[in-house]
Design a binder for this molecule. Structure first.
Ligand code: BYC
Length: 340
């Protein structure tokens, strides 16, 4: 597909509200009344579009969440990219390559969705490269063996799906629309990972040990992906009221554990948690205490791979500068030839 045509489609998808909306109907209304009407629209499950009036705090929350999500996709390409050249077969290589490429695409949709809120992509990327923006804690752990690619697909993408399916119903239209497509692709990613884990756990004793080792290392960081406990979560109350989030961090974490533990048992693997036990009455798997000290270390830049990930992103930005310059020059040349 022609690149400019593709960009045009993306712009239309994510800026539908901008293109379609009439003037701001809330001009001249008292602030409290504006807020009341805004919340009433949210409560009525209406989507908020880019040119609709919205409280500043709602806009800032979305810019924070969507940009962190976009950065996570792009940084998330690094630990998996590490294994593309060493995938054990052509089939595995092609699937991993497609998955990593999808993640680049998810980053693109998400940066485009965040741009509808009035921040530029350059600004967001500058925040990431300067170390001022967060991205998911999970991508600061190393991929030491091929089984880690299976564990990432099964656990990390599984956790991502659990967190992101409710975001398809997020009150902000461009984010909700971006998430629908992303979730479809995440589902392929999760199956790709589980299938790797299944093959390894049904393979030789050495392969099964690799799968077990990967589960041991990725289980707890996957639970941390859902964020701090509800007691500690600073943003959840507002985000739930505004229907940006539909479930709390702890609710989603529990749903993930309940869905994933039987999958691990099907693989014949053991979870690295002596406190994991089924509680038949509410029908939940109870799990042990999360090491929040480790989570805080990762968030403050002191995880196993934080420095390496940022260095890689900075190098990619510098090495890719000529591509951006060439694309801009190409665009300018063509707009001179065929004015709109
Ligand atoms: N890692 O008040 P809270 C993926 C931060 S992409 C780092 O609960 P909130 C994938 C939080 O940002 C996965 N930081 O916040 C990609 C906040 O800090 P600030 C990314 C975290 O927003 C490629 C502070 O802690 N998914 O899966 O209500 C390949 C307090 O937290 C984390 C998304 O971004 C964390 N794990 O809830 C494969 C989805 N957790 O901003 C897979 C969209 C919390 O005040 N985001 N923090 O400095 C969300 O759903 C929510 O933002 C979160 C946090 C549940 C992550």
């Amino acid at each position: 597909m022609d690149f400019r045509f593709f960009c045009d489609i993306l712009e239309r998808m994510y800026t539908q509200g901008l293109l379609d909306s009439k003037s701001d109907s809330s001009v001249g209304i008292e602030p409290e009344e504006r807020l009341r009407r805004f919340q009433a629209r949210i409560d009525a499950e209406e989507k908020i579009e880019p040119t609709d009036w919205m409280p500043d705090a709602y806009r800032r929350t979305l810019i924070r969440m969507i940009s962190q999500h976009a950065h996570s996709e792009v940084v998330g390409m690094l630990p998996e990219g590490n294994w593309i050249t060493r995938a054990p077969s052509l089939r595995r290589k092609a699937a991993l390559l497609a998955k990593v490429q999808d993640e680049g695409g998810h980053g693109l949709y998400l940066y485009a969705a965040a741009e509808t809120l009035g921040i530029s992509r350059e600004e967001m990327i500058e925040q990431l490269l300067a170390g001022r923006a967060k991205y998911s804690s999970i991508f600061n752990y190393p991929t030491l063996s091929w089984a880690d690619i299976g564990a990432i697909g099964w656990l990390v993408d599984g956790a991502a799906i659990m967190n992101q399916i409710p975001l398809c119903r997020c009150s902000y239209g461009p984010y909700a629309r971006a998430m629908i497509r992303i979730c479809k692709e995440e589902s392929f990613h999760q199956r790709q990972g589980y299938e790797i884990m299944l093959t390894l756990s049904r393979g030789t004793a050495q392969q099964k040990a690799m799968a077990q080792d990967a589960l041991d290392r990725w289980w707890w960081p996957s639970l941390m992906m859902f964020g701090p406990s509800d007691k500690e979560s600073q943003h959840s109350d507002n985000s739930l009221r505004w229907k940006i989030k539909r479930f709390s961090n702890d609710e989603l974490r529990q749903k993930f554990v309940d869905a994933t533990v039987p999958q691990g048992h099907h693989l014949g693997l053991a979870f690295p948690d002596p406190d994991l036990a089924y509680d038949a009455q509410p029908g939940h798997w109870r799990f042990g205490a999360i090491n929040w000290g480790e989570f805080r270390d990762v968030l403050t830049g002191n995880g196993p791979c934080n420095r390496q990930r940022l260095q890689q992103r900075r190098a990619a930005d510098e090495q890719g500068a000529w591509v951006r310059e060439a694309a801009i020059a190409y665009g300018e040349k063509h707009s001179r030839r065929s004015p709109p």
